[in-house]
Ligand binder design. Structure first.
Ligand code: PXL
Length: 328
């Protein structure tokens, strides 16, 4: 087995501070005092995902996480479900595709400044095409376009989707700056067989390069493991050619909604001026902390993980710039 480049320990920049998440390894970034003199502009994200009313995932995790990180979060719901589709039966599903265009037409009258557009679970293939237009209409040159191609896990597509949907997602990721697939989604985007846990570091890095060749400059693959008791993420930046890895302990079991939590924290960290290598570490630590709590509590994992009790630590970790009122 080839050892990953940074298999178990946090990068130096994550290891040196006393302030951190539950493991104490990820520090807050000290802000320079000159930052307090600059005019304050709150960042805004548009996130496009479903509302699963019960079973924490998608918007019910993205909103609190991004809000806790100081980011104004505008939402475009893609569907409303009574629960998510993993592990529940009999759920309702209302497709909101026909609302997407009128909502966007109204937004176009508002002159919205948008720092990032972040997509997750989509309700239909038509939405995939509409979202490409949203990227074009609302994305400025410096808007981060982040696509979490939420459609599959553990070698299987989610119940609502088929390979046509995966091909539509492949088209959508060509227009993104950053994509965050798990290993199953990575295989679907590349239309390659899913390898399970049977892959080498060389294979993984080739996969990251192939994903970046679809269009996005940056790729983060989640659910990466080279040792049975370690789990984490790998990142690749096509422009620098640099790979980053971050691993934590593996908590046994399948916990729903953790991919959405991971992506939301990753974006929160990036918009709080963390580099990609640090941001994947912040997201790993936050996510495993929530999983650990849930495992200890013994709650049914299909209801999602207890990320709420991590939010205070996220705030400390990211150390958002103080609001102007606090400066007087
Ligand atoms: O967490 C991914 C997700 C989001 N939204 C819905 C889902 C799933 C995964 O099953 O069913 C509706």
């Amino acid at each position: 087995m080839i050892e990953p480049k940074q298999p178990t320990t946090p990068p130096d920049s994550l290891a040196s501070s006393e302030v951190g998440l539950s493991s104490g390894t990820v520090p807050a970034v000290p802000r320079s005092s000159s930052a307090t003199l600059a005019p304050f502009r709150q960042k805004r994200v548009i996130t496009i995902q479903d509302v699963s009313c019960v079973g924490k995932c998608s918007l019910t995790v993205a909103l609190p996480i991004l809000s806790a990180a100081g980011i104004e979060t505008s939402i475009l719901p893609t569907a409303i479900l009574s629960t998510h589709t993993g592990g529940f039966t009999g759920y309702t599903f209302r497709d909101l595709t026909e609302d997407v265009r009128p909502i966007c037409q109204h937004w176009q009258t508002l002159d919205l400044a948008v720092d990032a557009i972040y997509t997750g679970y989509l309700g239909s293939q038509e939405q995939q095409r509409l979202i490409a237009d949203i990227f074009a209409n609302f994305g400025a040159a410096d808007t981060l376009i982040m696509v979490d191609p939420a459609m599959a896990d553990e070698g299987r597509l989610y119940p609502a989707f088929d390979n046509e949907f995966a091909l539509g997602m492949r088209d959508l990721v060509t227009t993104a700056d950053l994509i965050v697939p798990n290993l199953t989604e990575a295989a679907l985007l590349l239309q390659k067989p899913y390898q399970g846990s049977d892959y080498t570091q060389g294979y993984l890095e080739q996969t990251l390069r192939e994903l970046a060749a679809l269009g996005p400059r940056q790729v983060v693959v989640t659910g990466v493991s080279f040792a049975p008791d370690r789990l984490g993420a790998a990142a690749y930046d096509r422009e620098t050619g640099h790979f980053d890895y971050y691993f934590t302990e593996r908590v046994e079991g399948y916990y729903h909604g953790t991919g959405d939590i991971y992506s939301s924290v990753l974006l929160a960290a990036l918009l709080n001026d963390r580099g990609l290598g640090e941001a994947i570490g912040v997201a790993c630590e936050f996510t495993v902390g929530a999983i650990r709590r849930t495992a200890q509590a013994g709650t049914d994992p299909k209801y999602g993980v207890d990320f709420e009790h991590q939010l205070g630590q996220l705030l400390t970790l990211l150390n958002p710039a103080p609001v102007p009122a606090m400066l007087h």
